[in-house]
Design a protein around this ligand. Structure first.
Ligand SMILES: N[C@@H](CCC(=O)N[C@@H](CS)C(=O)NCC(=O)O)C(=O)O
Length: 307
């Protein structure tokens, strides 16, 4: 069943109130998302060849938009925005774990949407997931923490977990994740927001240096193409959405993301882009370009990463 047809009988919800470990008897506060959401969801897929609808099956369906779910409702809902690389991380993790989920598009320019995000996360940023289980609902924010949660809860076999390997491999996975979150991602954003040629030069150089560090480290960690070798793991999900968004640098700033000769980074990007978990969650590059236009023209403001 298509998203469009299915939506007609679905009850898509934005929950207000983070009730960690609450019992179902507390009773959820319910706010229905309405038709605007249906079109947002459809828009999300409109320009995304290769992308397919998320599996909505585990989220409760209802004949009306107003009915709260039964207390024993099981499922995962992702709150996101279409172009967000952090949301992309989370959706890939859910696909990897084989977890069906519903998706709710948030409008970061809407005060109403902002305030419902704030009730689930003090940062009021996407992604957030809400996991409904055994009559309880648990909201988790911060993409790396969410991916870790999905891995811990839904991937039973330790050998298949995204976060796997020796203590050393796990430690460097966390170190390089920190590096992407605190260096690569903000530096990429700085390049995009550069207002002068001097700033563009400085910001591009900083980004290139960071990516060179990563490029040099990769062959010391494994033989590739993924971070830990021939199988995708946690760090690959952390970096791939940013490598894919390299189109923003070339389109808006005429810059290349990959340092010259960065064959390991390119191999990692390519290997990720060939995976089903990537292809089934990716948004078309033109959609991403269009979505970022208002932010880069200054008509909208976006807090990105750790700002
Ligand atoms: N550290 C966060 C970063 C998430 C983030 O920056 N999300 C952006 C959208 S891509 C956001 O929600 N910004 C809210 C705002 O503009 O205030 C994570 O890893 O989840």
């Amino acid at each position: 069943m298509s998203v469009v047809a299915r939506h007609g009988m679905m009850c898509l919800r934005a929950w207000t109130g983070v009730v960690h470990g609450s019992s179902a008897s507390v009773g959820p506060v319910f706010m229905h998302a309405g038709r605007a959401l249906a079109s947002a969801v459809m828009r999300r897929y409109a320009g995304a060849p290769g992308a397919h609808a998320r599996n909505w099956a585990s989220v409760s369906t209802s004949a009306t938009d107003d009915a709260p779910p039964p207390p024993d409702d099981e499922g995962v809902v992702v709150m996101g925005t279409t172009p967000c690389p952090y949301v992309h991380r989370v959706e890939m993790a859910l696909k990897y774990a084989g977890v069906p989920y519903a998706y709710r598009e948030f409008d970061l320019g809407s005060l109403k949407d902002r305030s419902s995000l704030r009730e689930m996360s003090p940062l009021a940023k996407v992604p957030i997931i809400t996991h409904y289980t055994h009559g309880r609902r648990k909201s988790v924010f911060e993409s790396a923490s969410i991916v870790q949660y999905i891995d811990d809860v839904f991937v039973a076999d330790p050998e298949k977990r995204l976060m796997r390997g020796s203590p050393y491999e796990k430690a460097i996975t966390r170190s390089w994740t920190h590096f992407v979150n605190h260096r690569v991602a903000p530096q990429m954003w700085n390049v995009l927001l550069s207002q002068t040629d001097t700033a563009l030069e400085k910001n591009s150089t900083e980004l290139l240096r960071s990516l060179e560090s990563l490029e040099n480290a990769l062959p010391l960690i494994s033989g590739g193409p993924f971070f830990l070798g021939t199988r995708v793991s946690f760090f690959d999900l952390m970096i791939a959405p940013f490598l894919y968004r390299r189109v923003l640098l070339s389109h808006f700033r005429g810059r290349e993301m990959f340092p010259p000769g960065a064959e390991h980074l390119q191999a990692l990007a390519l290997a990720m882009e060939e995976l089903n978990i990537f292809q089934s969650t990716v948004v078309d590059q033109q959609v991403i370009i269009d979505a970022y236009k208002p932010y880069l023209s200054g008509s909208m403001h976006l807090k990105f990463g750790w700002h």
